[in-house]
Every structure is written in structure tokens, then in C-alpha cells.
Design a protein around this ligand. Sequence first.
Ligand code: DGL
Length: 261
Amino acid sequence: MIGIFDSGIGGLTVVKSVMERIPGYDIIYFGDTARTPYGTKSADTVIKYSVENIDFLLQYGAKLVVMACNTASSVAAKRVAETFDVPIFEVVTPATEQAVKSSVKSVVGVIGTRATVKSGMYEKKIKNMKPDAKVYSVACPLLVPLVEEGWMKKPETKMIIKKYLLPLKVRQIDTLILGCTHYPLLKAIIQRKIGKKVRVIDSSIAVAEKVKSFLDANPEIDRRLGKNDDFRLFVSDITDQFEKTARITLKRKVFLEHVKL
Ligand code: DGL
């Protein structure tokens, strides 16, 4: 079973990418809807939550874990890798690798939550791979609540995105990383506002491709994962909005199970 967790609803974009890239694998998802958002919390709190979330997924039979949440990936990846002995994937590294590969001018923009931008993790990883790269990061705290309200197509949302992207446009980035689970749901507007020449990297697709290559290269681990297309969806707080967004995002019937961590 592949375990995937996020602070809430946004990680379903990663579930969707995993289901598309490697169909048929059993998946257990945990959305920490009771403690969301993570993007406004301290690194210590996000680390504590991430360890608890992975513990839960392992108890339910996950043999490989994907941290769908960019904030958790940015601040907790090192700690969870030291704590657990199953393969754990975070979203920052795969998105960074794709960005470095695709950027011709090595001028990369990153958008994410405040905690992700504050961690400087994208910038650090990009510079490790390409020391002369220029990286500009912008925190976009209003985008998560707008997506959660379903305001994906509202003129106000378009205006806010335009404003957030302006400093990146001025710096003439040629690649933009969507460093938050919710932003793939705004990808079309973001692409339009930043300009069609800018390559937009979706971290949900990047991590799904990374898991696929890992499983291709590690058949002994692949064999341990069930492939009956089972999907269990756990949340720490059940809301109508979650059920609706899950159904729309995944285009399949979902059944929410409640868990208290
Ligand atoms: N899942 C978070 C992320 O990708 C966004 C929502 C939150 O702040 O918890 O950074």
C-alpha cells in the first residue's frame, strides 16, 4: 500500500497524479483536516504532525510514503527520513530536479506557503544542483483558502494571482515551481498570468514520476505494495467540502473515514 498524507485536501492532487502515472496501486490517504493549515505553522509543529501522520499510515499497512504537502516536505523531510525505515518521498526534490532540467536561463521562480518559502528549501536544493541559478520565491498565503472555497475561476482569484506573480515576471523567470499542493488546481490561470513561455512545474506530477522510477528500479519493494486499486481516504475532521472536492478531483466515488490522531 502507498501511504500519502497532506495537511488536508490539497494532497489529492498528488493522489490523482499517482493514480494516473502508476494506476492500480493500493493507496491510503490521510488528510489532516483537523489541524490544517500547515503553511502558517512553525517548523517544529509541522515536524511533529508529519511524524504522527506517517506513524498512522504505517500502522494501516503503508510500505512506502509520499509526503504530498510541500510545507511538510520543506521542513520535515530530514527528520522523518531519520525516524522511519520505509522509503519516504517528499515533493521538493522531484520538482527541483524537473525545474533545473527545464530551465534554460537558470532563473527559477517558486511559489508556496509562508512556511515553505521561509524554509528556503527549494532555493537550497536548486542551488545545490545548479550553483549559479537565480531563485526567486514568493509566498502566496491567500491561494490556499481561495482554492478551498472553490474560487478557482473568480476574477478576484485571477487578480490576486497576477499580483503575486508580478515580482517573478519582472525578474523574467523561465521556470516556475508550483510549491504547494493546492496550486495545480490553479495551473491554467497561473500559466496564463506568468506567460506561456514560462515552464510551470507541478510538484504533484514530479513526485508521482519519481515514485514510478523508484518502483521500476526496486522490484522487491514494488512487490510489497498491493495492486487491487483499493483507495482508503482518512481525514482527521469530516467536512462536506472535503467529500465534494475529493470526488471532483479524483473523479471517483469516495468514502471518508474519520481518524483522531
Ligand atoms: N498542503 C500545504 C502545502 O502544500 C498547503 C495547505 C496548508 O497550508 O496546509 O504547502
